[in-house]
Design a binder for this molecule. Structure first.
Ligand code: FPP
Length: 248
């Protein structure tokens, strides 16, 4: 592990890593356990990956914790996930503060169950002055929801005469997204062997490097995060240019 960490080039650590945490259910099934225990083990990975990210200087970590589509899961699983969210936030506040982690959330938060929403607001309030790492939970989130919402916000401003349609550029559009002020992720990780984006941060990942691993989320920890970062660091990010144009 120390060996993996020492291979990471400090000034090429991504500022922002986004993760689609997948495979909790299959992990549990493989072990003959109920799915909910998979989610519970997934929380351990959230803790370990957050700590590891802070340790190597990642500034933003965005985790896909609950998608708009996840409401169609069995009601008992939805209730368990919401309960786990409340329990985790309440239980981790002290640790987050100790480690300088600021909690944020993106998504249609007001539509969450009242207790989840309230706990989330409390968690964000109690960690708002931390500056080492921002942990962004995507909750009741989908990228299409976010992009449509941005379009509506801008259309309303235009209709009110506060914005001219010709002035809508990338910067203006980004200011209407939930991730306003957060740099785009350079690295997107998805666990569990699935190779889809599943309606996650569609605008923001335009130039992200994608990293897919067969490891189920409950088995994804510090070592796996460092391996993903090393894979990212070995790639050449050209942004449409040719190798020779890139500053070395
Ligand atoms: C995907 O596994 C995981 C989720 C939909 C939820 C992720 C939630 C947690 C890790 C726990 C709560 C999070 C926080 C931040 C407190 P899956 O159920 O889709 O797995 P499967 O594809 O194998 O069924």
């Amino acid at each position: 592990m120390t060996d993996l960490k020492s291979q990471i080039i400090p000034d090429k650590v991504p500022q922002h890593i986004a993760i689609i945490m997948d495979g909790n259910g299959r992990w549990a099934k493989q072990k003959g356990m109920p799915r909910v225990l998979g989610h519970r083990s997934g929380v351990k990975s959230v803790r370990e990956v957050t700590e590891a990210a802070g340790e190597i200087g990642v500034k933003y970590l965005t985790l896909y914790a609950f998608s708009t589509e996840n409401w169609s899961r069995p009601p008992a699983e939805v209730t368990a996930l919401m309960g786990l969210l409340v329990e985790t936030i309440r239980g981790e506040i002290r640790e987050l503060n100790k480690n300088g982690v600021r909690l944020m959330a993106i998504g249609d938060l007001e539509a969450l169950p009242a207790e989840s929403y309230r706990t989330l607001l409390e968690g964000m309030e109690q960690t708002k002055n931390n500056t080492r790492l921002t942990l962004v939970l995507a909750l009741n989130y989908s990228a299409k929801w976010e992009i449509l919402r941005a379009a509506r916000i801008l259309a309303e401003q235009a209709a009110a005469g506060a914005l001219r349609p010709q002035d809508i550029d990338e910067t203006v559009f980004e200011s209407a997204l939930s991730t306003r002020g957060i740099p785009d992720p350079e690295l997107l990780i998805r666990t569990s062997g699935e190779t889809r984006i599943s309606n996650f941060l569609l605008w923001q990942i335009a130039y992200a490097e994608l990293y897919f691993t067969p490891v189920f989320w409950p088995d994804f920890g510090k070592k796996e995060l460092f391996e993903a970062i090393l894979s990212y660091q070995r790639r050449e990010r050209r942004f449409g240019m040719i190798s020779e144009q890139l500053a070395r």
